[in-house]
Structure formats: structure tokens, C-alpha cells
Design a binder for this molecule. Structure first.
Ligand SMILES: Nc1cc(-c2cccs2)n[nH]1
Length: 247
């Protein structure tokens, strides 16, 4: 999977060298390239922004550098066509399902906007030759798209086959497809069996796999009802038995 990132702060992406992503890059599972948008400026100050037409606060990212950067990173003559992913507070919500969709694509280009945003004509022009997704990570505002792109790359990359070691699993992730898909994960425990006078729930030490599965589902339902009750509405009623309804 090829990932290209265009940003005015390439140093934000140093973390991609470490841990699972670093290993995946070295194993050739991920081909990640970070590009400095200022490489496509031609003035002494390497200008990437200007005041907004129509007035208002802040600055808008100029279209010219973005146009040249996208031409260079994803040339119209390229064999394949990437998907352009642009994080923005006004985008479609980023979800685990979207991460899985992206993980199945061969090539993503991430555009990191700053200031008040990128001139709309960049999106419109790019959309003439590649799919353009505007994606929100939540109802809060960041100073720039770099951190949002780091979050998306981690969520997407861990779903790319081979990136996670076989000791880690994505099948029981919260929001992963399946009967429990819209339930939050329940509590987890490991050794020691007692820590600061707090014991691990007996059922987890019982060896009764059916009882353990039931306990875990009950805890997932309980946490979902407490933290994200709106997710319960998504559950297929057929997936709930009469015991569940009492949790
Ligand atoms: N969800 C979300 C995205 C963002 C930004 C992306 C680019 C600049 S600010 N803030 N919040």
C-alpha cells in the first residue's frame, strides 16, 4: 500500500518510523512518502497562504502550490489513481468501516491543510482526476491536518494484512464488522491474579469458555449502554437474546 502525505510540517511524521508502522515500512508492506508543500513554492518566502477573499479572519492555503504538489505526487499520467484524503472539521466522520475501506486501497494521498483551510478550487480540480474525500475525526478543531493524518494512517495501517503481528488481532476491535460490531470493548485483565487487593473476575480464571464469552458480552453491552447508548440502537435485535435485554 502506497501512502503519500503532503504537508508544510514534514517533521510531524517522524513517528511513522517507529513501532508497527516502522516495521511495516521496512517489511515493504507500506510505502510511505512525506512531501513538503513548500517544495512547490517559487517565491523567496516560500508562501503557501494568503488572505481570504470576502474578508474574515485567518489565512487560506493558496491553490498554486497544492496544484503543483498533486501534479507531482499523483501525476495524471500515473498508472494507478490515488484517493485524495483531506482531513477537515467539515468532512464525513472517519469510522472503523472507513479505515477498513481505505486499508483495501492500493494508494492514498493525504493533504494536510492548515489555517482556515485550502482554497476550494484545489478540491474541485483534483476531483476531475481522482476521488477526493473530506474526512472529519470528530467535532473538535485542530490547528492542522497533520495529527489527524497520523491518526488515520495508524487506524488504516493496522488493518493492512501483515502489518499487525499474529499476536495482535483486529477481529474483536470495537466497531469491527461482526455481531458485536457496534459494541465497545469490555474490560481486560492480565497477571497477577490479585493486584493491590483487587482480584481478576473469577469467571476469567474458570476456563469455562462459554461463561467467559457471555461475561465479556455482558460487559461490552454494559459499557456501551453507559458510554455510547446510541450505538445500541444499531444492534441487530436478532443478535440480542432475552438475557442481553436484562443487562
Ligand atoms: N476533525 C478535525 C479535523 C481538523 C482539521 C484538519 C485540518 C485542519 S483542522 N480539525 N478537526
Amino acid at each position: 500500500m502506497r501512502l503519500d502525505i503532503i504537508t508544510i510540517f514534514p517533521e510531524y511524521f517522524a513517528p511513522l518510523e517507529v513501532s508497527l508502522l516502522g516495521k511495516a515500512r521496512r517489511a515493504g508492506l507500506l510505502d510511505v512518502s512525506v512531501h513538503d508543500l513548500r517544495s512547490w513554492t517559487h517565491d523567496r518566502h516560500r508562501t503557501v497562504d494568503d488572505t481570504p477573499y470576502g474578508g474574515g479572519p485567518g489565512m487560506v492555503m493558496k491553490p498554486e502550490p497544492w496544484g503543483e504538489a498533486l501534479d507531482a505526487v499523483a501525476p495524471p499520467t500515473a498508472e494507478a489513481t490515488p484517493r485524495l484524503v483531506v482531513p477537515t472539521p467539515s468532512g464525513r466522520p472517519f469510522t472503523q468501516a472507513m479505515a477498513a475501506e481505505y486499508a483495501a486501497r492500493p494508494w492514498l494521498v493525504f493533504a494536510c491543510g492548515r489555517y482556515e483551510g485550502i482554497d476550494r478550487r484545489v478540491y474541485d480540480e483534483a476531483a476531475t482526476r481522482m476521488p477526493v474525500d473530506e474526512v472529519s475525526l470528530g467535532d473538535f478543531v485542530l490547528a492542522g491536518g497533520e495529527v489527524a493524518v497520523l491518526v488515520m494512517i495508524e487506524a488504516i495501517s493496522r488493518l493492512v494484512p501483515g502489518v499487525l503481528g499474529n499476536r495482535e488481532s483486529v477481529t474483536d476491535d470495537s466497531f469491527a464488522p461482526g455481531a458485536m460490531e457496534s459494541l465497545l470493548e469490555g474490560p481486560v485483565y492480565t497477571k497477577p491474579p490479585v493486584w493491590r487487593e483487587r482480584a481478576v473476575p473469577d469467571v476469567l480464571l474458570s476456563g469455562h469458555h462459554g461463561a467467559i464469552a457471555r461475561w465479556r458480552r455482558d460487559e461490552a453491552l454494559r459499557r456501551t449502554a453507559a458510554h455510547r447508548p446510541e450505538l445500541l440502537a444499531r444492534l441487530d435485535p436478532a443478535a440480542l437474546d432475552k438475557h442481553d435485554r436484562k443487562v
